[in-house]
Ligand binder design. Structure first.
Ligand code: FAD
Length: 569
């Protein structure tokens, strides 16, 4: 089979890629191809089932990337899940729809990305969103909102599952968390996330199926003659024009399809939307990255950007679980997002000053561990920002998801803004060879301490009435294993032996000024190239307090407008 030329070739038909594919192909005559390694999961029950979270894990639609041994976290490797399907990771994720604390998006502009702030992104959050107003029954179970925060005309259906947790749990949770200083937050999607909330999901309420990127942005538009999705096809590298001396000019993408190795040509642009754990790898395989790394594998250097694949930020997830005193039906939607003040109480000043005093050392350690690929001063600036967000702005410190299911009542939690920074790099010039992924979990004492402190906070909450009436014995970690007077180091050992990735990797092709460690500019173009962009979770320069998809849909909507503006269509 030989492929025609397309105007735009998008690598990755996932969460971000399908937004671009849809918006760019709105214009008749503009041709768009999407290269996707996976296939349709439209009828895959592990995907569509609203209560089926986790069922797709380990199946053929899960990339299940493996990390390097985690030297600060007990040594074991971790699995980082990501979707391999039309719809990408939105087909296997937890469906939570929460955005960010407004100041976190403002920080993008403060760090040099002109035009990127909460106020300018909010219209795109709304543009992407098709908010479904909850029914009276759902409201009685805790669903609530301010309509002014939401978009009702967008393609992505957002709302609450048909079958929400039975009983009115909200008053019990509210009374309990109030005693810990955590207020009720009616709607976390307006830029203020702290509090107890019933968060919406990416779900099609009427059809009662998962709303993934494909159901929202692709399937209803698949008949457009100028939009072509090329499935079961793996992108190997970007191909360049021979005469691109000053700026690198992409002419297409080399792929391995079921027919063999082929080229798919792009006359305007190549856009990488392969995810945080693939887009930086494709850049390196195409000659854009750290010369020290590219030399090792004899890859000719197109553009020297040493920060490609650096700045990897992920969170760590863990949980406490209890025997339930009731039987719970339905899908739980309650989260608690406490601030540092709420977690630490009067101890916060002491903790804050200890963290503050460590920032310079942390920044130096990150730069050293990258062999100087990232500059200490840039990391320190990011760490000062992060410190300010946590201890001055009091953004949420952790997310605690409450999971009353059947005869148990468990929780999952993750500190939202760890300081650990890692990397992802190629280990071969062969595209099919796995990359070295190293998130450096628990690289710094603050990160492991945060996990312990949040776990203790959760145990405290489950011990307070009226929440305590809903639980019996603690199954995990269990009082036999970790009694109430367990030491910090005993808690730390438990964290290291039970944590997993929170599957929120960002930052590996950060949108930042080039001298600040950026890989893409504020129009998402890769520095030194004429026509290559990255649009996916890799470009988020800093971790967010929200789950990622809502922000990625908004970023991809904005990116589409930036591209349309450049080509005037
Ligand atoms: P993806 O959606 O992963 O898209 C990348 C696409 O590129 C994929 O389709 C992939 O197959 C394709 N691809 C990759 N390499 C190649 C190649 N070489 N050639 C061709 N195609 C390629 N976020 C939330 O908002 N709420 C949640 O509840 C939530 N829970 C999560 C639970 C899990 C288990 C996971 C893994 C993630 C979760 N997230 C959640 C995070 C969120 O889903 C992801 O951050 C987001 O979907 C990533 O979007 P993306 O566009 O960056 O990449």
């Amino acid at each position: 089979e030989s492929w025609p030329h397309y105007d735009f070739v998008i690598v990755g038909g996932g969460t971000s890629g399908l937004v671009l594919a849809n918006r760019l192909s709105e214009k008749k005559g503009v041709t768009v191809a999407v290269i996707e390694a996976g296939d349709s999961v439209f009828n895959n029950h592990n995907v569509t089932n609203v209560a089926g979270y986790g069922r797709a894990f380990g199946s053929h639609i899960d990339w299940a990337y493996q990390t390097e041994e985690q030297q600060y976290a007990g040594g074991s490797k971790q699995i980082m899940r990501a979707g391999k399907a039309i719809g990408g990771t939105s087909t296997i994720n937890g469906m939570t729809y929460t955005r960010a604390q407004s100041i976190q998006i403002d920080a993008w502009e403060m760090f040099g990305n002109k035009g990127w702030n909460w106020e300018s992104l909010l219209p795109y959050y709304k543009k992407s969103e098709g908010f479904q107003v909850p029914t009276r029954n759902q409201i009685s179970r805790g669903a609530d909102y301010y309509i002014s925060y939401h978009g009702e005309e967008g393609l992505l259906k957002v709302g609450w599952p048909n079958a929400m947790t039975n009983s009115s749990l909200l008053p019990t949770l509210d009374e309990t968390f109030n005693q810990l200083g955590v207020p009720y937050n009616r709607d976390v999607n307006g830029g203020n996330m702290v509090g107890l909330t019933s968060h919406p999901n990416t779900v099609d309420q009427k059809a009662n199926v998962r709303e993934d990127a494909a159901r929202a942005y692709y399937w209803p538009y698949q008949k457009r003659s100028n939009l072509k999705i090329i499935t079961n096809t793996f992108a190997n590298r970007i191909l360049w024009a021979n005469d691109s001396h000053h700026e690198a000019v992409a002419i297409g993408v080399e792929v391995t399809s079921p027919h063999g190795v082929e080229t798919i040509y792009a006359s305007k642009e190549v856009i990488l939307s392969a995810g945080s754990l693939k887009s930086p790898v494709l850049l390196e395989l195409s000659g854009i990255g750290n010369p020290d790394i590219l030399h090792k594998y004899n890859i000719p250097i197109k553009v020297n950007i040493s920060s490609v694949g650096e700045n990897l930020q992920d969170q760590t997830n863990n949980g406490l679980s209890y025997e339930g005193t009731e039987f719970w039906l339905g899908s739980p939607t309650f989260s608690v997002l406490p601030s540092a003040n709420q977690i630490y109480g009067t101890k916060v000043t002491e903790i804050a000053s200890a963290v503050n005093a460590s920032l310079a050392d942390y920044a130096k350690a990150v730069s050293n561990s990258s062999n100087g690929a990232v500059q200490e001063a840039n990391v320190l600036a990011a760490f000062k920002l992060q410190y300010g967000l946590i201890f001055e702005s009091q953004v949420p410190f952790a997310e605690i998801v409450l999971l009353p299911i059947a005869d148990s009542f468990s929780s999952e939690y993750w500190p939202l803004l760890p300081f650990s920074r890692g990397s992802i790099h190629i280990q071969s010039a062969k595209a099919s060879y796995p990359a070295a992924i190293n998130p450096n979990y628990f690289m710094f004492p603050e990160d492991i301490n945060a996990n312990v402190d949040v776990a203790r906070f959760i145990r405290k909450a489950f011990g307070i009435t009226p929440l305590s009436d809903l639980v019996g014995d603690e199954f995990a970690p269990g009082l036999d294993n970790l009694p109430n007077d367990a030491s910090d180091s005993e808690w730390q050992d438990w964290v290291k032996s039970t944590y997993r990735s929170n599957f929120h990797p960002v930052g590996t092709a950060s949108m930042l000024p080039r001298n600040k460690g950026g890989v893409v500019s504020s129009d998402l173009k890769v520095y030194g190239t004429k026509n290559v962009r990255v649009v996916d979770a890799s470009i988020l320069p800093f971790q967010l307090c929200g789950h990622l998809t809502s922000t990625l849909y908004a970023v991809a909507e904005k990116a589409s407008d930036i591209i349309k503006k450049q080509y005037r269509f």
